[in-house]
Design a protein around this ligand. Sequence first.
Ligand code: SF4
Length: 415
Amino acid sequence: MFVGRHGWPLRFRAPETDTDIPVKTSPHLYVHLPFCQQLCPHCPYTKTLLRGADAVSRYGAALYREIDAYRQRSAGVPVTSLYFGGGTPTATPELIAATIAQLRTNLAPDAEIGVEVHPADASLEMLERLKSLGVNRISLGIESFRPDLLKLLARRYTPEQGIAAIRTAKSVGFTCVDVNLLFGIPGQAITETANEARQCIELGVDQISAYQLFTFVHTPFGKKVRHGDFANYGDRARLRAQDLLNRTCLAAGLERSSPWNFTRPGIAPYSTVTQEDYVGFGAGAGSKVGGVFWFNTFSVDAYTDQPAPRPALVMETSERFRKAHYVYWRLYRTELDPADYRAQFGTELERDFGGLLRTLQASRTIRRRGDGTYYVTEFGAVWMHRVQQLFSITYIDDLWDRCYGEAWPREVVLA
Ligand code: SF4
């Protein structure tokens, strides 16, 4: 099996003692800010309605405690990327400012600082404020340019505001302006996302991140799908919409940087949790470093009220799992270099995964360059997208469903 008999099932457990808490560090940090002005029915992420200054400042205090504890053990590890996601980070810009100030001395001079920006918040004043804090890349959650679909998704802006948000972001001069688009929304035409991507590229965006509409079981949309009240998009139609979108981005000169992303050449992709290793802070934030995975509680209240920061769940993995995870994430980021694998693990990629690589090559999922590097073909990228989607809807959904129901589960087994 790909991950070997010691890699499955995935078993997360609550840490039993203080010495059981991961103390690993990474140059890549993620900060989760969970407050939103409105809750969207498809959204699977940890979030809560913005309920006033007190809840925000108490959450901030818990967040700074967690970051402080990390800073004490990570002195000397420069932060090369810091991303803010949510939730709606721009609903609480004061938390962004305070966190950047807290980490200021840890940041490498050319650190990537990225923020997810809600289009309704993307005023010139907000974007200039972010820029003045040192934010150099943003991701706009545009999702669609159709008013009825925005309404279906409970997004609180019009297509015109979405376009204005892109124009303003470009005028402010961020290194990377990423735009999220959704495909597979019921009622959406097959050509629609491709046309929207073209429009965004013409407006000068640096990256298109295109996701299929997921219907996770714990979301209002997921519940509707289960009760038969919500017609999911057909699989063939979704594949065609994705194919058109991919072709449009490539024809416009963007390069594939992951199964979901197309980025302008020469621009480092906007990427939050697609780093190989990262440490996350805040409610529901996950971390993975050196084969150890851990998550904070998904409950915003439980996170805020905990006396001291501690992860809710930890999973340590076998050597075989770490290698498989490395191979998967490298292919996810479109390239796999055997020399880098050897440097990481001290063994040969072909010896460890020869059968898998041959199967992927025979099925045209990957190819090999003259320098020995494997790369994912366009056909392969579509299949990686589907594998990731299946993994998310099957296993991640189980994990989230359980963690949303119980703030501090003792154990979660994904089998
Ligand atoms: S999609 Fe964004 S704005 Fe909507 S609920 Fe989720 S985190 Fe909040």
